[in-house]
Structures are given as C-alpha cells and as structure tokens.
Design a protein around this ligand. Structure first.
Ligand code: AMP
Length: 527
C-alpha cells in the first residue's frame, strides 16, 4: 500500500528533506508526524469517519503544508482535491459545490466567497506552530498521544480528484484510485529507475495539474526530495536560475513549454545542474528542437517523452528520445505503452481496433484508468467504457486524441474535438465560450487558438455582441471589460488574449460555428 511505502522513510531516513521551497524545508520525520496529527484532527474536528470517502479540498500553492495536508486527508480516509491559488474564487466555489467536499483546508487565506458558503474552512495552517500552539482552537494536536491509524483508503478507493477544464462550461473532477496511482508508479519507478534516498525531483507544475503527481509520488515513494519552484520563480528568470543552480535536481519533471522557456537562456546547461540525469516530459507535444537542444546541452541526461491524459493517471506511454529522432523532421513518438495497460487505436467513437499505421482515436484500457468524473454519470458514460476481452471486462477511456502505431511506437496527431493545450495547460475552448455566452453583453462567442511557429501561442475570442455593432473606439474597452469579467471565473491561463468583434458568428452548411473561417480570418489578420 502506498502509505506504507511513503511512511517508511520517516524511519529509514528521518532527517532527509522531502520538500524544499525557497529556504523552507520539511523532513520525512516531520511529514509523518504532522500528517498523522492532522489526520487525527480531521477525524475529530472536521469530518467524522461516518462520512468516509467524502473529498476534502486542499487549497494553496507550493507550500510544504500542501503535501502534509494531502497525506493527512488520505490517512483520515478522504480523497483530496488539490486546488492552486491561480483558480479564481468563483471557480473554486463551483468546485466546492460540484464536489460536495466536506471541508477546505489551506496554509493560506481562503477566499471570502467560499467561507460565506458555509463549508467547513480551516485557513492559515502553518506547520508546526499551528499543530502545537494555541491554535487550532481545540488546543495542541501535535503532542497528543495518538494511536496509529488503520489504513482508511483501500486499494480501489479514490486517492485524489483533479479538476480539469470541462467543455460544458464547468470543470470536471477526475477520480483516481490508489490502484490507478500504484499502477502508474510501478511502471515509472521501474522504467526510469530513481535511486532510493538519492534523487531530487523538480516540482514545476502546480499541484492541481496531474503532471505534478509524477514528481510528488516519485519523490515520496523513493525517499526523494521535491525541489519546488513557485509562480514568482517562474515569472522571474534570474530567481529561477539561482534556484536551479542551488537545487541538485536529478529528475526534471515539467511541460516541454517550461523547458523551452529555460532553453532561451544560454546558462541553461549541464554546468547549471550537473546532477541532472533525466528530463521527464508529459502533457503536450515535445517539439524536436526542444529535445535536440536539451540533448546537446545536457549530454549525460536522458530526454523522455511521455503521453497520457489525467483520466489515465499522468502517463500511459514513454520513450527515450535519441539524438537521431530529435534531429529528424518527423514528429517525435510518445512511446510504448506501460505493461499493465493496453493502448488501442480505434475508429472514432467505435470499438473496432485499427491496424498499425492507421490513424484513429486513442483508447486506453487498464487499471490506471479513472473510475469516472465525480458526480457526473452522464459525462462519465460518454467517454469511459467497459472493454471486453474474452471473459475479462476492463475500464477504458476514449481520449479524444488521434494517433497511430508505427514500428511498435505510439504517435500523437492531435485532437478530434476542441480541447487544446496552451503552455502545457489543458483547456476546453467550449468552457471559455460557455462562460462568455453567460455574460449579458455577449450574444455568441467562438474561441480559437492563435498558432505561431506550429504551436498554440495564445487564444483569440470572436464575439458577436448583443447590441448593435460597437463603435470602433469602444472595442478595446469592451475587450478589457470581457477579459476582466472572465477573469472572475477562469484561471489566467484560460483567458483569451485577443478579442475580435464581429456582427455574427459564421456558420458551416450544417449550422455549426465555422471555426475554419475564423482561423483563416485570424491568419489573414496576422499577415
Ligand atoms: P492532461 O489531462 O492535462 O494531462 O492533458 C492530456 C492531453 O494532453 C492528452 O489527451 C493529449 O491531448 C495531450 N498530451 C499529453 N501528453 C502528450 C505528448 N507527449 N504529446 C502530445 N500531446 C500530449
């Protein structure tokens, strides 16, 4: 069981650092002591164990307390929902309602809107002062003589729930069980061989993005250290590079976009991070030039391209990119499937498996597949299915990704819907459009990606307003107004950068929004 694998480091290497964030560090001994104490506190004061499996929201950014809270939720029998501070209050409130969460716990302040909603809130959890001091109001938690808790989360119980963009206008919660997480970890640890108690893992992705599950749990199951870079580091390259130079990072886990940004700096070389042995990428297309640049500057490191959706627990395939692959002008493969699961190429929406070389929808079958979206049976039924193999029936997920097999390797070719990746973030364009349509000013809206050098660089919203065409002078004000209103419900990475006002949205012959016509318009406007 995963908790045992994690807790044993408190005995084997109690003083080893598990989380380093700027000059704050947390040891494995502290992680165990604090998470045990908080689990008892949750059971006693937050959620009674008569409500097992009700999720708890953990809200914050890169604080060590976030890790402690994740484990405390699990130890008290509750899946956790990690939410980053980049999520605006209204969206957080939507998630509170949609998830039916029992409580929200945070090392920070909790937005007033959420506090007012009546959910159990505990803000400002600073460790260890919070556990041992006058606060919490119930008195010291840390020094109580607590009995060892039994494992309250079973192998088929939900471990975490990650909310991703939803095309209907609201985020959806992907439920990942302990079995799914353990299946992923078995593979990734075996395949990429981190040495116990030796490695430092870069934590770049926010905890609410499933990429972070890779570095968090690879570190926790190997007695590794998580080296955290926060949003201020990312906005400030000088600080970021100072942090990287001090890090001893050996496993780099990030989106390709983040590495691409680092490569712009000539100082991003093996001299900066001499311990670096692996680049683990997932979440979006790895451009050949990025792989080639990294292989050139970090000759001793492996560059690995992994593929997978949140619904199948981080990654379901991976491949070591060779210099020849990177140098060719063919797209990079996303690899071979992990042993425990099958990846099929099927007719879109169908179950017929297509032969190698033929393009179709990627369908993933196996124990790493989510049990579905939290409290959304219809949506779950639309994309999850039971895959029959003889007597055996296994959980499967239709990814909406188009791909093909070639020479034993999987290749990714794009999407069959309106989900896009922007700087590594997964965005349903339909969700932004639905939010725009709810604004009183907007009659109709279509959002398309602005592509630069073959890559999504930003989003553009085409908008038909309710009133008569706006005066040219008012257009920029209207763009600002809509952006400001959207920012109350969507995280910054989902906000369109450009707003173009048109009298009506062009339609195709069968009456759908003609996105291609708008795309051509966008390209023409850029030339
Ligand atoms: P997320 O759920 O945020 O991890 O996003 C999953 C989606 O990202 C997949 O369904 C793909 O569309 C895309 N994706 C993930 N990994 C890769 C990769 N290595 N290459 C291309 N696209 C990827």
């Amino acid at each position: 069981m995963l908790l045992q694998q994690i807790d044993r480091w408190a005995t084997l290497c109690p003083q080893r650092i598990v989380h380093q964030s700027r000059d704050e560090s947390l040891t494995y001994a502290e992680l165990k002591t604090y998470s045990d104490a908080l689990a008892h506190w949750i059971l006693r004061h937050v959620v009674s164990n008569r409500q097992p499996q009700v999720p708890i929201i953990v809200y914050g950014h890169k604080e060590a307390a976030m890790l402690v809270l994740f484990l405390a939720c699990i130890k008290s029998g509750h899946p956790y929902i990690p939410i980053d501070i980049s999520v605006p209050p209204e969206r957080l409130q939507q998630i509170v309602v949609r998830s039916g969460a029992a409580a929200i716990l945070s090392p920070r302040d909790i937005p007033d809107l959420v506090v007012a909603s009546g959910i159990v809130c505990q803000a400002q959890i600073h460790l260890p002062e919070w556990l041992s001091g006058a606060y919490p109001p119930q008195g010291s938690v840390l020094n109580e003589d607590e009995a060892e808790l039994p494992e309250l989360i079973g192998y088929d119980d939900v471990w975490y729930i990650i909310f991703t963009s939803g095309s209907t206008g609201e985020p959806k919660g992907v439920q990942i069980t302990q079995r799914a997480l353990a299946t992923f970890l078995d593979w990734v640890n075996r395949e990429y061989t981190p040495r116990p108690q030796q490695e430092v893992f870069l934590n770049q992705a926010p905890f609410s993005f499933d990429l972070s599950v890779m570095d968090v749990y690879m570190a926790l199951t190997n007695g590794g250290t998580l080296w955290s870079v926060d949003q201020t580091h990312i906005a400030n390259p000088r600080e970021l590079f100072q942090s990287l130079a001090a890090s001893d990072v050996s496993y780099w886990v990030s989106t390709p976009s983040f590495a691409e940004m680092c490569l712009l700096d000539r100082g991003f070389t093996a001299e900066l991070m001499p311990q670096l042995s692996h680049f683990l990428f997932c979440g979006e297309v790895l451009p050949n030039a990025v792989a080639a640049g990294l292989l050139q500057r970090f000759a001793q490191a492996d560059v690995i391209n992994m593929y997978g959706p949140t619904e199948c627990t981080v990654a379901v395939s991976g491949v070591n990119i060779t210099p020849d692959m990177a140098a060719s002008n063919l797209p990079l493969p996303v690899g071979q499937s992990i042993a425990a699961c099958q990846i099929y190429i099927c007719e879109p929406e169908g179950r017929t498996v297509l032969p190698s070389g033929v393009h179709g929808e990627i369908v993933i079958v196996g124990p790493n597949v989510s049990i579905g979206y939290l409290h959304q049976p219809e949506l779950t039924e639309r994309v999850f299915l039971q895959w029959q193999e003889g007597e055996l029936s296994r959980q499967a997920y239709r990814t909406g990704d188009i791909g093909y097999w070639q020479d034993g390797l999987l290749y990714y070719q794009g999407r069959r819907d309106f989900q896009v990746k922007l700087h590594g973030y997964r965005i349903e364009l339909g969700e932004i459009e639905a939010q725009l349509r709810q604004l009183p000013e907007v009659e109709n809206a279509v959002v398309i990606p602005i592509v630069r050098r073959g890559k999504n660089a930003a989003l553009e919203a085409y908008i038909a307003l309710r009133s008569d065409p706006v005066m040219a002078t008012a257009v920029s004000d209207m763009g600002n107004l809509l952006r400001q209103k959207l920012s109350q419900v969507l995280p910054a990475y989902m906000l369109p950068q450009r707003y173009t006002f048109i009298s009506s949205i062009p339609l195709t012959a069968n009456g759908k929004a003609d996105r291609n016509a708008l795309r051509f318009k966008a390209v023409a406007a850029m030339q």
